[in-house]
Design a protein around this ligand. Sequence first.
Ligand code: IPE
Ligand code: IPE
Ligand code: MG
Length: 227
Amino acid sequence: MSNIARHVAIIMDGNGRWATERGLKRVKGHERGAETVRTVTTFASNHPEIEVLTLYAFSTENWRRPKMEVDFLMRLLDNYLKNETKTYIKHQIRFETIGDLSRFSSALQRRIAAVKEETKGFKRLTQVLALNYGSQDEIARAAAQLCRSGEAISVETLGRRIESARFGPVDILIRTGGDQRLSNFLLWQSAYAELFFTPTLWPDFDPDELETIIAEFKTRTRRFGGI
Ligand code: IPE
Ligand code: IPE
Ligand code: MG
């Protein structure tokens, strides 16, 4: 039986370089990157296997960027959610998030909650945006919860407490932009993910390339430790 691409996760990297290469400001790359989010999400919602698409949009480390860029990203996210609600509805996509939202403005938190509420019944695809997300932080918080509760620590109990683990193990993990690292993304769920690194910068990534990756994924032998 061939591999099923149930959960696809993407580290969307390379927006800044895409813009700089064109003599544009970095934020222009983020704008174009948001368009790629829409096309790739729509493609995934029409794909027969993909049930979950997790997209790394903002890491716990991205606060280190200049305030102007961080502010731009926050506005971009707010506008994206406002303008794309119709896309979520049209393609029956449930919107979800992972990460600590408490550091975002209350207006943005309300927007996020509203889109989740409006799309919670949809089942064609769950799009999970990783926002102020960091895997180590999340695993540490889950372990601390277990300690406080007095429960024994095991793969099962910890797995149940990790917030993002509710979307299940990652089948395909893609990083665009040419770097080959995980940058603190879904460390727990990617234990047996098939990894794909592409030099394509995120604004240039498209459904055709995702299809090529899925085709290669189908040819890989996943052993999960067996023979
Ligand atoms: C990824 O693109 C998007 C975010 C981290 C928000 P970058 O902004 O990291 O683009 P590069 O890596 O600098 O080209
Ligand atoms: C990873 O990209 C985070 C996101 C895509 C949101 P970064 O550009 O922040 O990662 P590093 O700093 O190159 O590892
Ligand atoms: Mg980057």
